[in-house]
Design a protein around this ligand. Structure first.
Ligand code: ADP
Ligand code: MG
Length: 238
């Protein structure tokens, strides 16, 4: 899916020949120290950041660099950020229907029906007519997940989706993500939530200094990491 991707910010080589394959239905957790390039990798996969070279394919199709095709293919890649990025002046329902109506050219009624199903799936159907500021952080993040799902993405990227949340709201978001994983969604999740990784992921990728340092199963990674760099990192967070 990601092959030989390199990227610089000026002199900083932020992604160094990254290769990552994510199979359909697979959940990959990306973990590693701050500044290692995790967010840049997510943004590159979604073409929010241009890459210098290499290739990024979703479902076998290369994502174009720009143009109208990009909007369509980008919709195949859902993205959920640490900050929920909902439109503040729109209701939760409108937040979820906006993309499908604009990009997927769904009818409004059909989009609303689907949106309500998704809001139900993330447990906030009763909040559909409210504005983001009226919801808790955990509810807003679940709304953001519903909004991404509304585009029927082939893969979902999560960049530290729970790190801006109060501790008591972390699990309600992780539970929704675990449900998605069980339902077969292909997911790349940047998180330090070990419980989630063990429950939901098939693979852990440890990233530091712009490189993938270790790829392992969650069980092996957390109990018996192969690289000293990963062991050192784990000793600091666990
Ligand atoms: P992580 O998500 O693992 O913490 P990032 O991908 O955010 O890492 O950042 C990787 C490196 O790239 C950091 O050194 C960061 O300062 C740098 N960086 C990120 N975004 C930009 C940018 N837009 N311009 C310049 N440098 C950036
Ligand atoms: Mg980051």
């Amino acid at each position: 899916m990601v092959e030989h991707v390199n990227k610089h910010f000026g002199d900083l080589h932020v992604l160094k020949d990254i290769n990552l394959t994510v199979d359909r239905g697979e959940v990959v957790v990306v973990i590693g120290p701050s500044g290692g390039g995790k967010s840049t990798l997510c943004r590159s996969i979604n073409r929010l950041e241009p890459i210098d070279d290499g290739s990024i394919k979703v479902d076998g199709k290369e994502l174009p660099k720009e143009g109208r095709e990009l909007a369509k293919l980008r919709a195949d890649v859902g993205m959920v950020f640490q900050s929920f990025n909902l439109f503040a002046h729109k209701t939760i329902l409108d937040n979820v229907t906006l993309g499908p109506v604009k990009v997927r050219k769904s009818g409004k009624q059909e989009a609303e029906k689907h949106a309500l199903e998704l809001l139900d799936r993330v447990g906030i159907a009763n909040q559909a007519q409210k504005y983001p500021a009226q919801l808790s952080g955990g509810q807003q993040q679940r709304a953001a997940i519903a909004r991404s799902l509304a585009m029927k993405p082939k893969v979902m990227l999560f960049d530290e989706p729970t790190s801006a949340l109060d501790p008591e709201m972390v699990n309600e978001v992780l539970d929704v993500m675990t449900g998605l994983a069980r339902d077969g969604m292909t997911m790349i999740v940047v998180t330090h939530e070990m419980g989630f990784a063990r429950r939901a992921a098939q693979k852990v990728v440890f990233m530091a200094d712009g490189q993938i340092v270790e790829e392992n199963t969650p069980d092996e990674f957390f109990t018996n990491a192969r690289t000293d760099r990963a062991k050192d990192f784990l000793s600091k967070i666990l």
